[in-house]
Ligand binder design. Structure first.
Ligand code: NCD
Length: 304
């Protein structure tokens, strides 16, 4: 089996074999991520991290992954500490950091920035989220979580819940699940439905998706509730956000007749009550841990 990607920009660049390759390597990485084994396969290699938007899990799990494999990292967690504040443009920054490092991880609020970066530098570029576009490494860890906990991806019914309009995690995940032929339901307030163009792409691959605004419609027959935060920062009008905020909350009372596991890319705000955390439903912290072995697999596969 081979991995065919030079960069990780969009999950749509992947085929099923590429995804399965990463998931298989991630499984081998788990003992290293848990500190039960050690490795120096990326010793002497340097990861550049350019985070123009806030991040906790994505940034720290990439850093943990690189260091657990013997590599190192440089970069910034806030554009405010970079020369962007002096007026340096994005392409100059990326070009320079590309010269310093062996691989770049980039998060930016504008769609298309990762693809642009990959055209400028010679090292592999990993998209850690570009605006409301894509978040492919999150998708790989989401798929890994389903496979590890439920044993499969294909014969599942997954509900994507919440902000399907602006949420990049659900955009990437929907394309990936379509590749596996997984059954999907989309649950969102009417104003935050999955963008029409993604719905059309899914329909063109022969996937039909059930859309609803009532979570109770899906609760009793899904295997996974993939819940997302309303992406406040992407609303052009703050009044629109205030109208939709708190549209739904998943608590253990609501889940009591369901067999689904609850996943969430995190951070959560108020969409999952804390009383779900320590129930057999709540899998989002385990999911966050899986970010480390999956990103180890990604780094190992890209760095030559
Ligand atoms: C997500 C993101 O940045 O898109 N976070 C993450 O990477 N786990 C989800 C979010 O911010 O809501």
């Amino acid at each position: 089996m081979v991995f065919n990607q030079q960069n990780i920009i969009s999950i749509r660049d992947f085929n099923k074999e590429d995804i399965e390759y990463i998931l298989r390597v991630a499984e081998k990485m788990e003992p290293i991520a848990r500190s039960q084994e050690s490795s120096d396969i990326l010793s002497g290699k340097l990861l550049g991290m350019l985070f123009y938007e806030p991040s906790t899990r994505t940034r720290l799990s990439f850093e943990a992954a690189m260091k657990r494999l013997g590599g190192s990292t440089v970069g910034f967690a806030e554009a405010g500490t970079s020369s962007a504040t002096k007026g340096e443009n994005f392409t100059d920054t990326v070009r320079v950091v590309g010269e310093y490092t062996d691989v770049l991880v980039l998060r930016h609020n504008m769609e298309g920035t990762a693809r642009l970066a990959a055209e400028i530098v010679d090292v592999p570029v990993i998209n850690a989220g570009d605006g409301a576009g894509q978040h492919p490494t999150q998708t790989l860890l989401d798929l890994y979580t389903m496979k590890r906990i439920l044993g499969r991806i294909k014969h599942l019914h997954v509900a994507l819940v919440g902000d399907l309009k602006y949420g990049r995690t659900v955009h990437s995940l929907a394309y990936a699940l379509a590749m596996f032929g997984t059954k999907m339901s989309f649950v969102s307030p009417p104003g935050l439905r999955m963008p029409r163009e993604i719905m059309d792409d899914l329909n063109n691959t022969g996937v039909t998706v059930h859309e609803t605004s009532d979570i109770k419609d899906v609760l009793s027959h899904v295997d996974v509730l993939y819940v997302t935060r309303i992406q406040k920062e992407r609303f052009p009008d703050p009044q629109e956000y205030l109208k939709i905020k708190g549209a739904y909350t998943i608590d253990s009372e609501l889940l009591k007749d369901s067999e689904a596991i609850v996943m969430h890319p995190l951070p959560r705000v108020d969409e999952i009550a804390h009383d779900v955390d320590n129930t057999p439903y709540g899998k989002y912290f385990q999911q966050a841990f899986y970010g480390v072995p999956v990103r180890m697999a990604i780094l190992k596969s890209l760095i030559k």
